[in-house]
Write a new protein. Sequence first.
Length: 203
Amino acid sequence: MEFKTIGTIGAGAPAQAVAAHAARAGHPVLVSNSRGPSTLGDAVAAIGPGASAATFEEAAAADLVLLAVPFGAVPAVGRRLGDWTGRVVVDMTNQFARSDPYRGFADVSPLTGSEWVAQQLPGVTLIKAFNAMFATYMAPDPRHQDGNQVVFLAGDDESAKAPFTRLLTEFGFAPVDLGALREGGALMQLGGPLSGKHFLFQG
């Protein structure tokens, strides 16, 4: 399994930050949002060469899909396809109860946030990553003088995590695998000990 094309569901600052790394590394990026391709000119321009506006369906058909929407919008995203079997999605969401402004905590216990997201996308292969970081830390070159920016990830499918880890390394990040979706996701989700924490790997 290799991830050549990257799709985004959501076109805000976090999606743009990761998509820009993909585009600079030579990966075609398909950007989508809830309002349609005609509204994506500024986002595509911000990401740069290699990015193009796409429909939801086009973005969701990419080799790797970045899910970067408000937490409460996830069920509607799931319903747009119904069956997500065979699709690898990176869950970048955070469990904010409100998105305007972002505040509160959407409690879906006993599930972790990512387990709940996976339930909304039936059949999906889900990787949790990039939710623990602010977009302003994702966007710059992750190769710093004192080390590379760490990206935490978690997931249950090793065959998907392995190429994703290689992709992060290609972008210049230092991937740190926290294990399964439940245990690793709990560490990264809103309120978890790694939420909002930024580290450099000195190796």
